[in-house]
Design a protein around this ligand. Structure first.
Ligand SMILES: [Zn+2]
Length: 100
């Protein structure tokens, strides 16, 4: 006994699909030109939009993130709106620019 319960616990703890939990962005710091790779977690960084939220048409998810590089203390802010398939609908950045 116990094996079944242990397996059950693992099922809940282990992520079902770890490969698609993150969306990455390449940004460039405006001050030092450092290229920074941002990993946004779909579960903790990206939030679902609700009716009444101010958002572009078709947007379902919102990511707001502050990014600090290693080379200077310039903070980069990004705001990205995603559609239902995590496709980017619109994005804004301050303190840097998107590299792609
Ligand atoms: Zn920098």
């Amino acid at each position: 006994m116990g094996g079944f319960l242990d397996n059950l616990k693992k099922m809940f703890i282990m992520p079902a699909d770890s490969g698609s939990k993150f969306i990455t962005f390449n940004i460039i710091c405006k001050r030092c030109k450092e290229e920074i790779i941002v990993k946004a977690s779909k579960t903790s960084d990206i939030s679902k939009l609700y009716e009444g939220d101010e958002a572009p048409g078709g947007a379902e998810y919102l990511l707001r993130k502050e990014i600090l590089g290693n080379k200077c203390n310039n903070l980069v802010h990004i705001t990205v709106y995603f559609g239902s398939g995590y496709n980017v609908i619109s994005r804004e950045i301050s303190g840097g620019k998107f590299a792609d």
